[in-house]
Design a protein around this ligand. Structure first.
Ligand code: FE2
Length: 249
């Protein structure tokens, strides 16, 4: 498996608290079948987790990669961010203040849970006009998607990738989120499932149970698409695979 969304970078957001915890999260990947993981610290959350690209962040990313090698953990780490969508996100991406996923044209973005869908449409269009390709983090958790999943269908047919959280699939965020995740996956709107891990305890990097659940519920092939094939396409900057999306009403 390849995990495209994880807060494994230590001490920069509400994810891993220190290097020791980051290494435990990475060991868990190795133990449960995740071969590659993208470090996606929260970024561009004004006044909370800004994490704009600079020497400190780059140094920390290198330190994590080195410590992982020293610990002999056989997992590949890639660089990225989970970018909170603001009015100036497109210009910050253009200026190189924010990281895309593994240096590709894919970038991982999240919205405020109660965001105005018109704002999402506008800001995503500005990014695609620059040649960037959005991967939208956990759409099933947004109230405006739960209320009207047609927005998720529009995103999918616009070519945006929808990343579902493992916790949503497994019911950790409640039934409404779980039902929305199921709706998005069963209608062919999801591109991938990722851990969105924040520690080695709760919301961790372990993906094997989720893989089993997805295979039993949607079939082995679809589970492989969500957990390996599309995440690999994202790492390589290639087009996403998917089934014909079914409209939601
Ligand atoms: Fe996240």
């Amino acid at each position: 498996m390849i995990d495209i969304h994880a807060h494994i970078l230590p001490g920069v957001d509400d994810g891993s608290e220190n290097m020791k915890m980051s290494l435990m999260m990475l060991s868990m990947c190795e133990d449960y079948g995740t071969k590659g993981i993208i470090a996606t610290p929260h970024a561009n959350i004004p006044g909370e987790f800004e994490n704009y690209l600079g020497p400190d962040l780059l140094e920390l990313m290198s330190a994590l990669e080195e410590e992982k090698d020293l610990a002999g953990i056989n997992v590949d780490i890639y660089r990225g961010m989970e970018i909170f969508a603001t009015e100036d996100m497109p210009s910050l991406l253009e200026k190189g203040k924010l990281l895309t996923l593994n240096g590709t044209s894919y970038f991982l973005t999240e919205f405020a849970f109660g965001e105005d869908p018109d704002f999402c449409r506008k800001v995503l269009r500005e990014c695609t006009a620059m040649g960037l390709k959005p991967i939208i983090a956990h759409p099933e958790r947004y109230y405006f998607i739960q209320d009207d999943p047609r927005t998720a269908y529009d995103w999918c047919i616009s070519g945006y990738g929808l990343q579902i959280n493992k916790g949503s699939v497994m019911g950790a965020f409640g039934k409404r989120v779980q039902d929305t995740a199921d709706l998005l996956i069963s209608h062919g709107l999801a591109a991938c499932v990722a851990s969105d891990a924040h520690s080695h305890i709760e919301r961790n990097t372990r993906m094997d149970r989720t893989a089993g659940y997805l295979a039993r519920t949607y079939g082995e092939e679809f589970a492989d698409l969500l957990l390996f094939k599309n995440p690999m396409r994202i790492l390589e900057g290639k087009g996403l695979y998917g089934y014909e999306p079914i409209p939601v009403y």
